[in-house]
Design a protein around this ligand. Structure first.
Ligand SMILES: [Zn+2]
Length: 248
């Protein structure tokens, strides 16, 4: 290991072990050569760790050559699984991609690649309380995505790429009726579209407008009244000043 003012550099090699040829499926330990790969690891003492991995290339009797396989090296991601875990944890907080990239000492492109690896598969069951909301994203060329959460457990259940009615109904109808009947409450904003979808798919559930969206609407309304009132007040004051100026 080497320490510079900016980083720790670790030279890594793994022991030779039999590899299965992707062409003829025979095992081989014949070494064709080596290449050096730079892999980003986590940070320690505020300094990033960079691995210089001396990767073997194996050759088979059938003529095929192929790269050594290790847990921390994949073809496209020049980051270790541990660093990817850190990035995913950081992405779960309200932070920009640039801030995550800076903190993890990797490029924004790498953060985006790791983000794309995250894959929520459709849950098998649904909780008694389900929450549905939309958020501004950019998946699958769509402006808005839909997030399904379990508000009691504070868990994300699924992310749906599209919010159109047909896609939503198709998605929910994949759950058997007894699973959908298990949902007792659905919380959401006051969108008529969501309401109609959920009423069709979850006939036994009560639909609740959640506090966040309700309070937000009340706050917006209050703010509009405040601005309107403030404007009349300002005009009144200006009028008074003009009168005072005349009298003087
Ligand atoms: Zn072979």
């Amino acid at each position: 290991m080497r320490e510079t003012s900016e980083e720790y550099v670790l030279h890594v090699m793994v022991p030779v072990k039999p590899h299965v040829c992707p062409n003829c499926h025979k095992e081989t330990t014949r070494i064709k050569g080596y290449t050096h790969r730079t892999i980003r690891h986590t940070t320690t003492n505020e300094k990033p760790i960079r691995l210089i991995y001396r990767q073997r290339r194996y050759s088979c009797t059938c003529g095929r050559t192929f790269n050594e396989k290790t847990e921390f090296s994949t073809r496209y991601l020049r980051t270790t699984p541990r660093l990817r875990e850190v990035v995913i944890t950081e992405l779960s907080e309200v932070k920009s991609l640039t801030a995550v990239a800076k903190h993890c000492h990797i490029s924004v492109t790498q953060v985006i690649r790791i983000f794309k690896e995250i894959n929520y598969s459709r849950p098998k069951t649904l909780p008694a309380v389900l929450s549905i909301d939309e958020f501004k994203g950019n998946a699958a060329g769509q402006k808005y995505q839909v997030i399904l959460t379990d508000p009691n457990d504070h868990k994300i259940l699924d992310i749906l790429p599209k919010r159109d009615t047909v896609k939503l109904i198709q998605y929910f109808l994949q759950f058997p009726r007894h699973v959908r009947n298990n949902v007792k409450y659905i919380t959401m904003d006051m969108s008529l579209q969501f309401r109609s979808v959920m009423k069709q798919c979850f006939p036994k559930a009560h639909i609740v407008a959640d506090r966040f969206h309700l309070i937000r609407l009340v706050t917006f309304a209050l703010e509009r009244v405040r601005k309107a009132e403030q404007n009349t007040l300002t005009n009144g004051l200006i009028g008074q000043k003009v009168c005072v100026a005349f009298l003087n």
